[in-house]
Design a protein around this ligand. Sequence first.
Ligand SMILES: Cc1cc2nc3c(=O)[nH]c(=O)nc-3n(C[C@H](O)[C@H](O)[C@H](O)COP(=O)(O)OP(=O)(O)OC[C@H]3O[C@@H](n4cnc5c(N)ncnc54)[C@H](O)[C@@H]3O)c2cc1C
Length: 481
Amino acid sequence: MPAMPARPPNSPPPWVLAALYFLAATLPIALALMTVGRGAGAFTRAGIAAGIAAFVMLLAQMVTSGRFERLSGRLGIDVTMGFHKWAGPVALAFALAHPFLLVGPPDPDRPNRQARHLAAVLEAPGLADARLALLLLALLVALALLRDRLPFRYEVWRASHGLAALALVAALLWHALSDGRAAGSWGAVFWPAAVALATVPALWVYLRRLAGAGTGWVVEENRPVAERLWQVTLRPAGARPFAFRAGQFAWLAFGRCRVPLCDHPFSIASAPGSGDRLRFLVQEAGDFTGRIGAIPPGTSVAVDAPHGSFSLDRADAGGPVLLVAGGVGIAPILAILGALAERGENRPVRLLYACRDPAFMVPEALWRVDLERLGGRAILLTDSAPDGPGVEQGPMTLDHVRAAMAGLDPARTTAFLCGPGGMMARAADCLEGCGLPPRAIHFERFRYDAQGLSRKDWRRMGAWVALFGSVAGAITLFALA
Ligand SMILES: Cc1cc2nc3c(=O)[nH]c(=O)nc-3n(C[C@H](O)[C@H](O)[C@H](O)COP(=O)(O)OP(=O)(O)OC[C@H]3O[C@@H](n4cnc5c(N)ncnc54)[C@H](O)[C@@H]3O)c2cc1C
């Protein structure tokens, strides 16, 4: 049975998510200040509010870890993970402000007062939970920001990140319940319920995988298709083919390891209607992918899919489609191209495909037939000396993007970009320069670090700063009210 195209997830638009985030952070602050914080001074009230905001933001981190389609479905995993990454340090800033604000400002008449109170916070036996929470949070943030420079494997980091996050939430819950300022009568119900709401879905992702969800696939074929690039084909061996949209990705775990720590995200390179096989392109990039070529046919695979919002349903119906791929970023682009060809679409389609070296390019057989069926046109670029006809000198410039856009109506064109961060940022800026509206430019990032930011990314980060700033503003207002 061929895999069916899936309907897009019914996830809320970004502004609704931002409003929910703001409400979730500020509602308990308002409750706490109306009850336990009533009559307290402005600094104490601000301290209570900063602590509560930090706790709520950290609980939200549990569900912004990229595994919840209902949340990240419309945003995309890269945007969700980017938010997750920046919300951590902001929560740490609120958490650090919490004890300082509670202690209050320096008093010129009692010069040692502030230092004495802070020392008391550091030593008080009843605040061991708070100290542990602050230490864990600082460690979590530091290790996340330095992750790519750490001398241990990504999987080890992921395991420690998840376990430390659970320990942090437990310590915070203990602190909130044992410290009357955050608990009040409503807090005894509110905080355990909030913790359950945040952690149960996160644990569910892991438990259902441990229980065998997604199993029943095996490697049918694994062959090299370019320099350090492998095409892995899976066939169902008991699993039911699932519905997905061209451009989406799957979490794959090869072999016997069922823990989600062993899985890696890979874009599905085959189109939904192309049969029950799933095709992936995997580039050797690190510990796991460096050994991908050694995985023999017959190996069992667990597939957790579909995920992601990088898909055709984001395109203007009937409008032109521009596909921009860099390196292994061609994987989801192949699926989109295949889906367009299967549907027999007659809209204009262009492909801009860039690689550092011709040896890294996938064989033309993987995309040429579909592109020709669509009457589309390709521009191929390589950074090293181009070999063969039709390949131009890279890296990508505005002229290449203009050439790809030639004759297309920018107001109706949708662009799908997947490749190295720097290349996508440049392509996105060039496309905006060609008149494409930012909402018509869609990215799929294979790495969550901020490698190369486009103008669209900077605007999005500006929106996050505004959201975090509005939480800080609400804390100030509540404290002064
Ligand atoms: C949505 C998405 C789709 C992707 N599609 C493809 C694809 O089609 N083909 C392809 O070759 N690569 C794809 N990748 C990248 C691929 O997941 C990583 O290259 C791979 O996980 C690296 O694992 P490693 O153990 O070999 O490398 P490591 O040395 O362990 O890590 C190298 C870097 O890869 C990233 N990484 C490692 N493990 C994970 C993980 N489990 N989850 C997220 N990031 C991780 C981290 O940034 C890490 O710093 C995709 C990534 C994402 C997020």
